[in-house]
Design a protein around this ligand. Structure first.
Ligand code: AMP
Length: 249
């Protein structure tokens, strides 16, 4: 069974991003980039399914500029068997990525596609859902447990009131939540091994996909600065301020 895992190259989660002075976006010049954390969880899960003997091949896919090769090599160091880069310098929005992934699903015919639930840069939480719609596949989002059998997959997902368990027929789309697993550390020997694995490169045109942005960003701005706090003398003053100044009680 083949599993496809889309991995996005994003600004590392430890970096405190700065908005560009012209308000057109976030400054990513000379900033550390890494694999989107939810995608690391997706790769880890696919590799564990392979280690259990259910999955035979894990294919990592990244869409973006040539530097996404680094992200694919990391996925292969975790244990993915090969990588596919869809190379473009165009700004990619979730719909464009979903269309590229749909073309790859048609080409590779995976039984399972495991994506992250959201990319930590655009926070869109759209690509998996759009892919499921375009490919007409069942979907289970925010998975915190995956049980895979030959012809179906059972997924537990956290919802407001508790846990929901779904059974999907394969092929299917799953998106990962934080609690699904804890990704392994990549070891140096595995980083070296990953360098020898196959990495194919396509252009969006090769897949017949028009990736032109459909949405226009009008402005990006910093959140308002938090005002300084104050110390109050006693509980009575605190209650008074909460009642009469903040008006929250
Ligand atoms: P988003 O809908 O942008 O929040 O992204 C959700 C998930 O879609 C990510 O966690 C990735 O698994 C996948 N994804 C989004 N953009 C890309 C990309 N450029 N390349 C590969 N996978 C992507």
């Amino acid at each position: 069974m083949k599993v496809l895992v889309p991995v996005k190259r994003v600004v590392d989660y430890n970096v405190k991003v700065r908005v560009k002075s012209d308000g057109t976006g976030v400054d990513i010049a000379n900033v550390k980039m890494s694999m989107n954390p939810f995608d690391e969880i997706a790769v880890e899960e696919a590799v564990r399914l392979k280690e259990k003997g259910i999955v035979t091949e894990v294919i990592a896919v990244s869409c973006g500029d040539a530097k996404c090769q680094e992200t694919l090599r990391t996925a292969m160091a975790i244990g993915a068997d090969r990588g596919i880069l869809v190379e473009t310098t165009e700004e990619l929005q979730p719909l464009a990525v979903a269309k590229l992934l749909k073309a790859l699903v048609d080409k590779e015919q995976p039984q399972l596609i495991i994506l992250g639930k959201q990319a930590i840069d655009d926070d869109a939480n759209q690509t998996g859902q759009m892919l499921a719609a375009l490919a007409d596949l069942p979907q289970a989002t925010f998975a915190s447990k995956i049980d895979l059998a030959a012809d179906k997959v059972t997924v537990s997902r956290e919802v407001d009131g508790g846990m929901e368990t779904l059974t999907l027929t394969l092929p299917a789309v799953i998106t990962t939540d934080l609690r699904l697993n804890e990704p392994r550390y990549v070891t140096l020997p595995n980083i070296m091994k990953a360098k020898k694995k196959t990495l194919d490169v396509f252009k969006p045109e090769d897949l017949g996909v028009d990736v032109k942005p459909r949405l226009k960003t009008l402005k990006v701005s910093e959140p308002p600065k938090r005002g300084a706090g104050i110390k109050v003398a006693d509980v009575a003053t605190l209650v008074d301020k909460l009642k009469n100044e903040a008006k929250v009680i």
